[in-house]
Design a protein around this ligand. Structure first.
Ligand code: GLU
Length: 473
């Protein structure tokens, strides 16, 4: 049997958004699961709306996610000659006609049709133009589009997600295949490319399902065999309206900049419309490839839940080896202007390890590790808690204890803190609190023994002294 070939065909009219990323992901999961060929095609023939920055954003987003391609990127803007060749062919063979209606006229008629409760399809008025009428229009300066003659058939196809789908062509209306500026319309270019690129399965969003009958007609007219189709159901917001920024949906690059892990984002996206049979939720890309089946995609819309993504991100953060996590956190610390070189390799890992349980997204790191990078803490807001009479005693005793430690381990540090409590007849919390405030300027934070260990004896002593001195200021 010949190999499965799929394509992801984004239009670069905006950044890579979640819906498109999910389409790219499902194509990837499917094609990898059957050891097929994954193709990337940039559909950039809408010159008014396409932009190079969006192409870059899409390619970078896919690369960051780890969705790789075996062929491409191909650019439709570089294939105009090919579409022209097929346009000439189809013009010779029939099925199409020139249409001189302007967009204003079409819009006007569309409104009238809608107000009368009729389908707003093209009324076919240019179908039977005589050569004289055409000349007259051209003399008026009109440029023609080329329309495909649809006819009255019913088109049926078997959608791999939705089962049999039927379309009554009489509702479609003759559609444009070549725009008045000579560039191909989406349906025309997509069909030619899908055919020439030998695509076997078109896996795309449900918003394209109404294009499928038009494309099937074009396959037939051009003498190509249509591929199989699978239309993925839409993603909705929690209020069941079209997904938008309002629901926390951003572009892939924005999720990346905020510090979502690609592993979490992929895992989250794959569960929008798909669930593996055993309902396991935490799934790596490789694992998903092993379990994925197009037939298991759900027909009903999926609901985007930002809290679920955040939960998942936290899980992935906590499962990353600390070295890897630290590497991923460094750009966010640098962005917050922290001098990460202040700490040697392992120490920086310990810093990240000490706060990792608090992180929902990697950019959160900045607010949890700030004190590690400040010169000396400021006690203005925590004075009352810091300078209680028994706290002073703790601060006075602490440096001696720390000095005598031969090693800075979890156990030895905690043992000396316990000794202070015992010697002064205080509860554990009465010791931990002032020491924490003196060292960090904060009433809450990472486990204290970790802070002490990362600081080392010298810095601890310096800060305690600073706290005791600041009392008199
Ligand atoms: N360029 C189209 C889009 O971005 C692709 C549709 C298709 O996959 O056929 O929506």
């Amino acid at each position: 049997m010949s190999k499965v070939r799929v394509r992801f065909a984004p239009s670069p009219t905006g950044n890579l958004h979640l819906g498109s990323a999910r389409t790219a992901l499902f194509n990837y999961l499917f094609v990898k699961s059957v050891d097929g060929v994954n193709i990337l095609r940039v559909e950039d023939t809408d010159f008014d709306r396409s932009a190079e920055v969006y192409v870059e954003n899409i390619l970078e987003g896919l690369k960051w996610l780890g969705i790789n391609y075996d062929e491409g990127p191909f650019y439709q803007s570089q294939r105009l000659e090919i579409y022209k060749k097929y346009a000439d062919k189809i013009l010779k063979e029939g099925h199409v006609y020139k249409c001189y209606c302007t967009s204003e006229e079409l819009e006007e008629r569309r409104k009238v049709a809608l107000s009368l409760g009729k389908p707003p399809r093209y009324d076919g008025r240019c179908k039977k133009l005589t050569p004289e009428q055409m000349k007259k229009f051209e003399a008026e300066g009109r440029t023609a589009t080329i329309r495909f003659e649809v006819g009255d058939r019913v088109i049926k196809f078997n959608d791999l997600v939705r089962g049999e789908v039927k379309f009554d062509c009489s509702l479609i209306g003759d559609f444009v295949i070549i725009k008045s500026n000579g560039t191909p319309a989406y349906n025309f270019a997509a069909v030619i490319d899908d055919a020439l690129m030998k695509i076997t399965h078109v896996v795309r969003g449900e918003d394209h399902i109404s294009n499928t009958p038009k494309q099937i007609l074009l396959y037939e007219a051009l003498g190509f065999t249509p591929p199989q189709f699978a239309h993925i159901s839409m993603i909705l917001g929690p209020d069941r309206t079209k997904l938008s920024k309002r629901h926390g949906a951003k572009s892939v690059s924005e999720f990346m900049e905020e510090g979502y892990l690609k592993e979490a984002l992929l895992n989250f996206l794959m569960l929008l419309s798909w669930s593996p049979k055993h309902d396991q939720e935490i799934l790596s890309l490789d694992k998903a490839v092993k379990l994925f089946k197009l037939e298991d995609l759900s027909k009903s819309p999926s609901v985007f839940d930002i809290e679920k993504l955040q939960w998942m991100n936290g899980i992935y953060i906590r499962h990353l080896p600390v070295k890897d996590l630290t590497e991923r956190c460094i750009p966010f610390m640098k962005q917050a202007q922290y001098d990460v070189n202040k700490y040697a390799g392992r120490q920086l890992e310990e810093i990240v390890d000490s706060v990792k349980d608090n992180l929902i997204v990697l950019s959160d790191i900045a607010k949890y590790v700030d004190f590690y990078f400040k010169d000396e803490p400021d006690y203005q807001d925590v004075k009352d808690a810091l300078y209680k009479p028994e706290s002073i005693k703790v601060l006075e005793l602490f440096p001696n204890k720390i000095e005598r430690l031969s090693e800075f381990s979890h156990e030895s540090i905690n043992a000396s803190l316990a000794e202070i409590a015992k010697e002064l007849g205080l509860k554990k919390g009465q010791v931990l609190k002032p020491v924490r405030i003196a060292l960090t300027g904060k009433t809450a934070g990472p486990e204290l023994w970790r802070v002490i260990r990362i600081y080392g004896a010298e810095k601890c002593k310096k800060y305690i002294e600073h706290a005791l001195k600041s009392r008199k200021m």
